[in-house]
Design a protein around this ligand. Structure first.
Ligand SMILES: [Zn+2]
Length: 233
């Protein structure tokens, strides 16, 4: 699967991904984008190459000569769970929406493979939360055609990967493969005219800023704490 995405992870996020320093939740969503996006795939492989050269440079010669690196790398590459993880090979799984099916990038197919429990939220939004670690809240979001999320801002970072359909906010219109990054400074109001399936990762709870939706804030914070503490056990 290859998509011409217009919005990509930040250079810092790609670097963290290549170096393996991100939380599992952030790792999954970037991995899914990288699977779809040839530009980021190239950046990541260059970053990985630079990191491994740096590692080899920092390893004293006597140790380097005593290890058979090519055998070691072959054994890592041959590992069934890792093999082909960041290639362009076909995805393996679909997610079934009300009226059609969407093929998922493999990183997300794995996440969804345990089964998703969808909950209906206000405004035509459906949500299926998945717990990947203790630092992030991850969810599949399905926005029905014509739906709108209340205005909100974030206490941390939120990234959203569009999987099917499209959505828009004050800053742009986002299509499949687009990787939308919002930070604590941003106030936004996503809406979807044609309907949209996304995967979103938040590193802290979001805060609604207007009207009745504000009443949800304590509940959201509670749910986030519960989701993250569940992951910690
Ligand atoms: Zn990209």
């Amino acid at each position: 699967m290859n998509i011409d995405a217009k919005y990509h992870p930040t250079p810092e996020q790609l670097e963290g991904f290549a170096q393996g320093t991100l939380s599992p939740g952030m790792n999954v969503v970037i991995s899914a984008h990288v699977e779809l996006c040839a530009i980021c795939r190239k950046s990541v492989s260059e970053l990985e190459e630079a990191a491994s050269e740096e590692w080899l440079r920092s390893t004293p010669d006597r140790r380097a000569s005593s290890i058979n690196f090519s055998a070691m790398i072959d054994s890592i590459v041959d590992h069934p769970q890792i093999k082909g993880d960041r290639t362009t090979a076909d995805s393996v799984s679909e997610i079934h929406m009300l009226d059609h099916s969407v093929t998922l990038p493999r990183a997300l197919a794995k996440v969804a493979s345990d089964g998703l429990v969808w909950r209906q939220l206000a405004g035509g939004i459906n949500q299926a939360t998945v717990t990947l670690d203790g630092q992030t809240q991850c969810e599949f979001l399905y926005m029905k055609p014509g739906s709108q999320v209340p205005v909100h801002k974030h206490q941390g970072n939120e990234v959203t990967l569009v999987l099917d359909g499209s959505f828009e906010d004050e800053l742009g219109h986002y299509k499949p493969g687009d990787f939308v990054v919002r930070t604590a400074k941003d106030l936004h109001r996503p809406a979807s005219e044609e309907g949209c399936l996304c995967f979103a990762v938040m590193d802290s709870p979001l805060t609604f800023t207007k009207g009745l939706a504000r009443l949800l804030n304590p509940f959201i914070r509670y749910r986030f704490r519960r989701a993250t503490s569940a992951a910690a056990h």
